[in-house]
Design a protein around this ligand. Structure first.
Ligand code: AMP
Ligand code: MG
Length: 502
């Protein structure tokens, strides 16, 4: 399939009614970083989901976006006013191997300027082939797009930085995957940006001894977009590297604090904004085991729950490498600066991790034995295969004495130590509030996600809507959802595998 000029697509009616305020600053970056290409229209677009609160926060009118016109826009059949559709070029280390990639089935429509003056990428995913499609069809199946919608919203409600879905549109077309013919869909994704570690890897790969202008332009652009406070830093490349490392350390800690396994932490799936991006084979752990892997293709556990900090650091080392010529004119000095920054990830991660665990246990200040206390609980959880999130939720009850009575000796001993620490600390109400804000009563349980997606793909969106609604209040300890939403997977469903469904 060849893709050349953007197909002529009629623009939609008045921008004002819907609230479109689109710019595309990415289009002004050096041409090697993107390709102008329009979405390929689909046969029969139908709007299945519109994220009304998100639309409103973007300054878009949920009412104006509910009509048939909106389905046309969200399917890529018509362009929203101000759209300059393009596919972004990027590369990536996938399972450790460098590959040139790029948006093979996505179109950046532009950046929506919100009423508060913020700038968010609006991207269609599954909207047709681009010059980067390789052998792919440019399309997406409905199930995985609904999954991205659901998990993105769950993450957002959990307070974890994430890209979000604005809409899901069915296409009326089939896509062919391993499983056979599946209903097709287009997802509209909202992101702080789609700049990835892989974007810099692409820019570094195309740079030559005499021309690294794309790399430099990307540095300027990334700083302006996400780290404007660093634009005047003395060493801007180093400032960016350190800032990205900090955000990633904080992000991975947030993931792990709710048992999230991303599942495919390739460098093209690591956003420089610090948002979680690309919900493929991701899943949440039930019982606590750092070796947990869900993805069927992750044979060696590269992206296992407990390996996520190590992989993040590995990815950040690849990012640092791309910045080498901008870090320092002398190579040895550049290597020293990059190495020190990347090594700094470990301390940042530990710092955030300890702070996060203290909050989860309601510890309001630091004490010498906190590490031992935290490790004691994790060791018990792993040995007894306790449910990670439900254990912390149970520790967020006003009175946890019954819990100790119900459990084994090892837990009782730990519980006594913890209670002693809380007594020494005092401020019991504050401690409880901190725990409740850190420990969700609800995460998207894998078996419920699967059931909701299966029903939705078969035409019944009701279970999906119900789950979505429940997941919007994950910290409501006063009104927890019914047990069916909170229980880990029944034994029969325990071995959960995710597939890189696309
Ligand atoms: P992902 O695994 O979703 O992060 O995608 C990795 C790369 O494969 C990206 O460059 C995607 O654009 C590309 N890709 C995934 N699915 C398709 C498809 N159906 N058609 C074309 N490109 C695709
Ligand atoms: Mg990706």
């Amino acid at each position: 399939m060849t893709v050349t000029e953007p197909a002529p697509i009629a623009p939609t009616a008045p921008a004002a009614a819907a609230g479109w305020r689109l710019e595309n600053t990415y289009a002004s970056l050096p041409p090697v970083l993107h390709s102008a290409v329009a979405p390929t229209p689909v046969r029969e677009p139908r709007l299945l989901l519109l994220n009304r609160p998100l639309a409103a926060s973007l300054g878009l009118s949920p009412e104006a976006l509910s009509g048939p016109d909106a389905a046309e826009v969200f399917a890529g059949n018509r362009l929203a006013p101000g759209s300059t559709p393009l596919a972004q070029a990027y590369a990536g280390h996938q399972y450790g191997h460098f590959t040139p990639l790029g948006d093979g089935r996505a179109h950046l429509l532009g950046e929506q300027i919100t009423p508060r003056g913020e700038r968010f990428d609006l991207q269609l995913k599954g909207s047709g082939p681009t010059p980067y499609s390789r052998r792919g069809d440019g399309r997406a199946a409905l199930g995985p797009m609904l999954r991205e919608y659901l998990i993105g919203e769950a993450m957002h409600a959990l307070g974890i930085p994430s890209t979000r879905a604005l809409a899901v549109t069915s296409t009326g077309e089939e896509v062919w995957r391993q499983e056979g013919a599946l209903p097709g869909a287009v997802l509209t994704r909202v992101a702080a940006s789609h700049l990835r570690v892989g974007t810099f890897e692409w820019a570094a790969a195309v740079a030559s001894q005499t021309d690294d202008s794309a790399l430099r332009a990307l540095l300027d652009y990334t700083l302006r977009r996400h780290y404007p406070e660093l634009e005047r830093a003395e060493n801007r490349a180093l400032a960016l590297l350190e800032a990205v490392i900090e955000r990633q350390a904080a992000l991975i800690v947030r993931w792990m604090s709710v048992g999230f396994v991303h599942g495919v932490m390739n460098t093209d799936n690591m956003a420089l904004s610090g948002e979680t991006i690309d919900y493929g084979p991701c899943a949440f752990i039930d019982s606590y085991d750092p070796a947990t892997v869900f993805s069927s293709i992750d044979e060696h556990g590269r992206y296992a729950y407990g390996n996520q900090p190590r992989v993040a650091q590995w990815n950040l080392a690849r990012f640092a490498e791309t910045l080498m010529p901008l870090l320092h004119p002398e190579e040895t000095r550049a290597v020293e600066l990059a190495t020190a920054a990347v090594q700094g990830f470990a301390d940042r991660f530990l710092h955030h991790s300890l702070a996060s665990m203290r909050r989860k246990l309601g510890l309001l200040d630091a004490a010498d034995d906190d590490k031992a206390l935290i490790e004691g609980l994790l060791t018990w959880m792993q040995r007894s295969k306790a449910d990670f999130n439900n254990t912390f939720a149970a520790l967020s009850a006003a009175d946890t004495s019954a819990l100790a009575a119900l459990s084994d000796e090892e837990f009782c001993a730990w519980h006594a130590l913890w209670q002693e620490r809380l007594r020494r600390q005092g401020r019991l109400e504050e401690s409880l509030a901190v725990r409740r804000a850190a420990n969700p009563v609800l995460i998207p349980r894998n078996h419920l996600v699967e059931a909701a997606l299966a029903a939705a793909v078969a035409g019944d969106l009701a279970p999906f809507q119900r789950l979505l609604d429940q997941l919007s209040r994950p910290y409501d300890h006063e009104h927890p959802p019914a047990a069916e939403y909170r229980s880990p997977a029944p034994k029969s469903l325990e071995v959960y595998r995710t597939f890189c469904g696309t």
